[in-house]
Design a protein around this ligand. Structure first.
Ligand SMILES: Nc1nc2c(c(=O)[nH]1)N[C@H]1C(S)=C(S)[C@@H](COP(=O)(O)OP(=O)(O)OC[C@H]3O[C@@H](n4cnc5c(=O)[nH]c(N)nc54)[C@H](O)[C@@H]3O)O[C@H]1N2
Ligand SMILES: Nc1nc2c(c(=O)[nH]1)N[C@H]1C(S)=C(S)[C@@H](COP(=O)(O)OP(=O)(O)OC[C@H]3O[C@@H](n4cnc5c(=O)[nH]c(N)nc54)[C@H](O)[C@@H]3O)O[C@H]1N2
Ligand code: SF4
Ligand SMILES: [Mo]
Length: 744
């Protein structure tokens, strides 16, 4: 037993170090290997915990000497249901940020000259209570909003929602899910009832066919990619639809390049072909769905030829993908932001939900829908815990009188039945003067919102802004008060991963300096503002969640700890949790999946003579979002020191651009300058740029008003742009063209 574990340990370290060898400076690897060895075991803290980067939910043991995190090593395999013994490079090595010299260790307030100075907790909390309190008194709670943090625990996010409604009196509380998968949540909830993955991660290995679209799985969800590749090696089919020939496409049975922004069209095309050729699952459709006839009717226009014309996918590929899916006994449909971050993301997801249902691929092993969620705790903290303008915890509608009465009673306050603003709408509401103060927790909106030239103006003009983060982020630069929070290695609670598994997060070292866990800050602030919160641990907060949230009725810390993870719905103490959704029925009024056709849709902004290319944006493996965590890792920075723009060789030749040349990318909103990477990963009509650096803030190019009408998700995946070598004349039309950043 010991030998097996030791062997496994060596294997995983070998693999992770292979990756690290490419990314870490010389000496660093040695340092990591030595870091545990040099200490006496009894001097070290060890905690079995859950990764704080992405929503895969890898588990491992973290080692700390109390000063810094020394290493991450595999935990007992049975306690790591998703990753077993593997992790990616971020989970294994990405901890320099925790102990970084520029961590916020005390609160900051503005002095008379408008500069930040350090302050005591007492002074800072007083300032916040006064600042938010004054706006509430003069304009009502609706003039305030909270952005909650999907980096933080479930328990903390529950309190963020409660704080907004009870203490501030506003329903305008939302989080990064709005920039990400909220269209998935809207689309799946409408069709099946729950806005979440129906499968467990192991289904990725049980499927005989996997359709992946809009997911750069190897870079954004590396550990899931490994499991998918394993299954493909064992014979499963893999279909990849993406505008970029990303690494996972190398493993695919079929890779089809799609024009960004037309996903509902090719998905509809596949569904039409399956129905028209009687390849659908007749008994599943008859027994478990409604709306089939109308759906079939609505699909008639999506012939393979029409799909080819619109999306660029050859009609034979639509047919072959349809046949592969229909032939499979068990198919998983996996997607990420390529499907959701559009002005019609919800329609894309509805189209996908129709396809999964007509092929009967739900509620059985190896089959189902799997939106790979983003932030470590966006499923739980960003959704389940209800820091949302329209829902209480557990997706209970705030407009429902009975539900609202339950929360009014529990929280001893009145709550308006009117939905608050979604994150993206908060910034538009502030423009109209409807929103005057914001409390932003663990979100770097100044870089991550669409149209950041606009977001910056809003942050500048707010009457009062509080930012609670680990660092003085680009967003914190606009704050009146900055409160120092601590990271997931410095606190205890739970995260919920992409397959609805709730897992423990444990403190392995004390909060740095005077930083505090988010829940303690919220409690201190609520009490400053006249309430009487008295939680002594996150376990106690979770008990309150259990009592108010049926989906989490039985999810106590004790059980999560002893059972090594629990999947919701888990209705009560005796309920075992739910591996797969919809085995018997859907979570709708009549128990059926509600199929609904979606017609033709296209991006809000399409290329034209002036802006001839489609820019799509996204991530790279070694960086994480706005870089607050990964830019502090020296090895990672050597490997990916800046953003870049991928340009097809044909296009590059036309413009005389070579790899490494500085290129100006311009949209109607602004311009950025980044080095070129000439590659046929992208097609000739589109360009791609990652989102990780303030110097080249890509969201200067995106549009804050191109939002999905149902989910308010921005169209991060499509902007019309033009490109030019950076030393060429701008050629920008006159007028307000936004800020140019970069070194042009
Ligand atoms: N290394 C790393 N991992 C991360 C993160 C990170 O910052 N760094 N962030 C986490 C978060 S919060 C999230 S939400 C996930 C995101 O995970 P992904 O969504 O996989 O990440 P993106 O890089 O945004 O990739 C989107 C994919 O969609 C494709 N795409 C672009 N436009 C379209 C389109 O119109 N249609 C289709 N079908 N595809 C399109 C792109 O080519 C790309 O392959 O990653 C998580 N994991
Ligand atoms: N163009 C374009 N823009 C995008 C996207 C895209 O694909 N294209 N993707 C969008 C998506 S999917 C997402 S999720 C967003 C991500 O955007 P953000 O969420 O704004 O990005 P992060 O850099 O992850 O910011 C998280 C912040 O939380 C802090 N933090 C970490 N842990 C804690 C904690 O425990 N407590 C507190 N209080 N703070 C903490 C970090 O220091 C960091 O400043 O970006 C969106 N923006
Ligand atoms: S795949 Fe995600 S959860 Fe797993 S180690 Fe990497 S960043 Fe962490
Ligand atoms: Mo995300």
């Amino acid at each position: 037993m010991r030998n097996a574990k030791e062997q496994a340990l060596q294997n995983v370290e070998h693999v992770a170090e292979g990756v690290a060898a490419e990314t870490l400076p010389e000496g660093k690897l040695f340092e990591i290997a030595q870091s545990i060895g040099d200490k006496r075991l009894e001097e070290l803290n060890v905690a079995d915990t859950t990764c704080g980067y992405c929503a895969v939910g890898c588990r491992f043991d973290l080692y700390s000497d109390g000063e810094e995190v020394l290493a991450a090593r595999p935990t007992a395999e049975e306690d790591a249901p998703v990753n077993g013994i593997s992790t990616c490079v971020k989970g294994k090595f990405g901890y320099d940020f925790v102990n970084s010299d520029d961590r916020l260790t005390t609160p900051l307030v503005r002095d008379e000259n408008g500069e930040f100075r350090t302050a005591s907790w007492s002074e800072a909390l007083d300032r916040v209570a006064e600042g938010l309190g004054a706006i509430k008194d003069d304009h009502g709670g609706e003039a305030l909003s909270v952005i909650a943090s999907s980096k933080a625990t479930n328990e903390e996010n529950y309190l963020m929602g409660k704080f907004a409604r009870q203490v501030l009196g506003t329903n305008s509380v939302d989080n990064c899910n709005r920039l990400c998968h909220s269209s998935t949540v809207a689309g799946l909830a409408q069709t099946y009832g729950y806005g979440a993955a129906s499968i467990s991660t192991e289904d990725l290995e049980l499927a005989d066919c996997i359709l992946l679209t809009g997911s750069n799985t190897t870079e954004a969800h590396p550990v899931l990619a490994t499991r998918i590749k394993q299954n493909v090696r064992d014979g499963a089919d893999l279909l990849v639809f993406d505008p970029r020939e990303i690494q996972i496409a190398e493993y695919a049975t079929q890779y089809s390049r799609v024009q960004p922004g037309y996903d509902a069209v090719w998905i509809n095309g596949i569904t039409r072909y399956i129905i028209d050729n009687d390849l659908y699952d007749e008994s599943f459709v008859a027994e478990r769905t409604s709306g089939f006839e109308d759906l079939a009717e609505s699909l008639q226009e999506f012939t393979p030829e029409r799909v080819e014309e619109v999306t660029g996918v050859p009609h034979e590929e639509i047919v072959s993908a349809a046949e592969t899916i229909a032939d499979a006994d068990r198919c998983v449909f996996g997607w990420t932001l390529g499907l959701t971050e559009h002005s019609h993301g919800t329609e894309n997801v509805l189209a996908m939900a129709n396809l999964a249902a007509v092929t009967g691929n739900l509620g059985k092993p190896g089959a189902g829908v799997s939106p790979f969620r983003g932030q470590n705790n966006v499923q739980g903290g960003g959704g389940d815990m209800g820091p949302l303008p329209d829902n209480f915890p557990g997706y209970q509608d705030i407009a429902d009188d009975e539900v609202r009465a339950k929360f009014e009673d529990a929280w001893d306050c009145e709550i308006s039945p009117d939905y608050g603003h979604y994150t993206t709408q908060m910034f538009l509401a502030a423009d109209r003067g409807d929103l005057r103060g914001m409390y932003i927790i663990g979100e770097n909106s100044a870089l991550s919102e669409p149209g950041v030239n606009h977001a910056e103006e809003v942050l500048e003009e707010l009457e009062f802004l509080v930012v609670q983060d680990l660092f003085v982020t680009e967003t914190a630069e606009y704050a009146d008060v900055v409160l120092p929070a601590c990271s997931f290695v410095e606190k205890t609670g739970t995260f919920t991963n992409t397959d609805r598994t709730v897992q423990m997060v444990k403190e392995v070292m004390e909060p740095k300096g005077d930083s505090r866990p988010d829940w303690e800050i919220l409690q201190a602030l609520a009490n400053r503002m006249g309430w009487d919160w008295d939680y002594d641990s996150t376990a106690e907060i979770m008990r309150e969640v259990n009592s108010l949230t049926p989906l989490y009725g039985g999810v106590t810390h004790e059980r999560v700890e002893s059972e090594g993870g629990l999947q919701w719905p888990c209705w009560d103490e005796d309920h075992p949790g739910t591996e797969r959704l919809y085995e018997e029925e859907f979570n709708t009024d009549d128990g059926l999946a509600h199929l609904q056709g979606v017609g033709f849709s296209e991006p809000a902004e399409t290329p034209d003579d002036e802006f001839p290319f489609t820019l799509t944006t996204g991530r790279v493996l070694y960086q994480y979002h706005t870089g607050t965590m990964t830019h502090r890792e020296e090895g990672i920075m050597q490997y990916t020191p800046s953003d870049f723009v991928e340009i097809n060789p044909r296009t590059a030749a036309e413009y005389g651009i070579e790899t490494g040349d500085m290129v100006r990318v311009e949209s109607r909103r602004g311009s950025v300058t980044v080095p070129a990477q000439v590659t046929d990963r992208v097609g000739p009509e589109s360009v791609f740029a990652p989102i990780h650096f303030a110097e080249s803030a890509i969201n200067r190019l995106t549009d804050e008003e191109h939002l999905d009408p149902q989910a308010a998700t921005p169209e991060f995946k499509v902007s019309a742009v033009r490109i030019a070598p950076a030393d060429a004349d701008s050629g920008m039309p006159t007028g307000d063209t936004g800020t140019s950043t970069g070194d042009d």
